[in-house]
Ligand binder design. Structure first.
Ligand code: IMP
Length: 429
């Protein structure tokens, strides 16, 4: 099977974990390449529900090997906790989970700095982060003051960490936040280093050797295009490249080794945290989407903001990522809506926008230009192919395809592994 990148095409929470789990049967390797434990990928298998934050979703398939690549920022405490949790659910991680020695560490002062910044920010400046320390860890990476997974195993790790903690304590205290206990934290991290030691390897080499042997690799994106630090609604974004290009830098795979890009997109739109969201709903239709779609954050439990499908965002995502086909998720969540709207363009101060403007101020002022489509008001959760869907649902999908210039190759009509079908004429195997 082709080496594949799978990314979120909206503001994250598109249901990537479930789609990855379904297509993992076709891949021997699953690789995370950006983000950290800000992500929350939910997968339901039978009666069992798994929420993964750092571990690649492939960990749920016993014959699949998983890599946490160099582009990810790793909180070692969170990583250990997640390994323990999945192991307690009967999943083995030894000899099938590999963590890059080049991946940067999220250290205990990073979440504190993140929370302190968010706490001090005026309303307009708040990003609504997950407070997991993602931004400060990537900032240290770019400032060349970060520590990496490989450093955990270096003889001078304790001294380097103690130095960094003291430097960051100055910052924290200046902001009125509690400092990090130096000796206790160093001891805890040294202990963790020994537990995590067997997982830490040169994943770049491992991955490229697997590729040369002809084994097939799935690159699992976290968050989504509109949260990408370059292409998203800056500054209301995360601190990594959630777009397809991020897979090459975040895993160390050459671009020409990628054969396919899948964009995961919901039949409507959601966003968590602050920032512009043109199709956001503040009415009963939005409440219905939140309730029917169980739109509450997998990581923070926050209610997600809900709105109509935004074809401007989807077209933009298709352009930047070169999407071969959509995995269109949560179509069943629209089952109760009598009328379904699609934003086909925006208007701002008399100007029409067919693509996403760079300025968050302009995007926040944009009014969507809507098309109205009749709802189907029928239960679609049992559908196993396009023909099983009611006519208006098929028309809706076909309109999304026309507006975005990309076909739907996978359609999902419920949270379980088996409520997903592939449109064979679209998906080349
Ligand atoms: P951070 O990644 O914690 O710095 O948060 C930055 C922004 O990205 C905030 O608006 C978060 O709510 C959002 N965000 C981060 N991770 C996810 C995710 O996995 N799904 C949806 N939103 C996310």
């Amino acid at each position: 099977m082709a080496n594949t990148i799978l990314i979120g095409a909206q503001w994250g929470d598109e249901g990537k974990g479930k789609i990855i789990d379904v297509i993992t049967t076709e891949h021997q390797w699953v690789v995370r390449f950006q983000g950290g434990n800000n992500a929350g990928h939910t997968v339901e298998i039978g009666e069992q529900r798994y929420v993964l934050h750092l571990l690649p979703s492939g960990i749920l398939r016993p014959d699949c090997s998983c890599i946490i690549g160099n582009g990810v920022v790793i909180d070692p405490i969170a990583l250990k906790k997640e390994i323990d949790e999945v192991e307690a659910q009967g999943i083995t991680t030894r000899d099938r989970l590999f963590v890059s020695d080049r991946a940067h560490l999220i250290l205990p002062y990073h979440p504190l700095i993140d929370a302190s910044r968010e706490g001090r920010a005026q309303h307009q400046e708040k990003i609504g982060t997950t407070k997991r320390g993602i931004g400060p860890a990537y900032a240290d990476k770019a400032s060349r003051t970060g520590l990496r997974m490989g450093d955990l195993l270096e003889p001078d790790f304790a001294a380097s960490l103690a130095k960094r903690i003291r430097e960051n304590n100055v910052l924290l205290e200046a902001q009125g936040a509690a400092p990090v206990a130096v000796d206790e934290t160093v001891a805890r991290l040294e202990e963790l280093a020994q537990v995590l030691r067997p997982y830490i390897v040169d994943t770049v080499r491992l991955l490229n050797e697997a590729d040369q042997r002809g084994e097939s690799i799935l690159f699992e994106g976290a968050q989504g295009v509109m949260l990408d630090i370059d292409y998203g609604t800056y500054p209301y974004v995360t601190s990594s490249n959630a777009t397809a290009g991020g897979a090459c830098t975040g895993a160390g795979i050459p671009p020409h080794r990628i054969e396919r890009v899948i964009g995961v997109i919901k039949g409507y739109t959601t966003r968590v945290g602050e920032g512009p969201f043109p199709t956001e709903l503040h009415d009963v239709a939005g409440d219905m989407l939140r309730k029917d779609g169980n739109e509450f954050g997998a990581t923070t439990g926050r209610p997600r903001r809900c709105g109509w499908f935004d074809a401007v965002v989807a077209r933009y995502a298709a352009m930047i990522n070169g999407i071969d086909f959509w995995a269109l998720t949560k179509m069943d969540v629209l089952d109760r809506q009598p009328v379904i709207r699609i934003a086909v363009a925006y208007e701002f101060e008399g100007r029409r926008f067919e693509s996403v403007p760079a300025s968050a101020r302009v995007l926040a002022g944009c009014t969507p230009v809507y098309e109205d489509w009749p709802g189907w008001e029928t239960d679609t959760t049992g559908a196993t192919c396009l023909a099983d869907l009611p006519g208006p649902a098929r028309d809706y999908i076909s309109r999304l395809e026309t507006l975005t210039g990309v076909r739907a190759g996978i359609v999902s009509v419920g949270p379980r592994r088996d409520s997903t079908f592939v449109v064979d004429e679209v998906v080349r195997r």
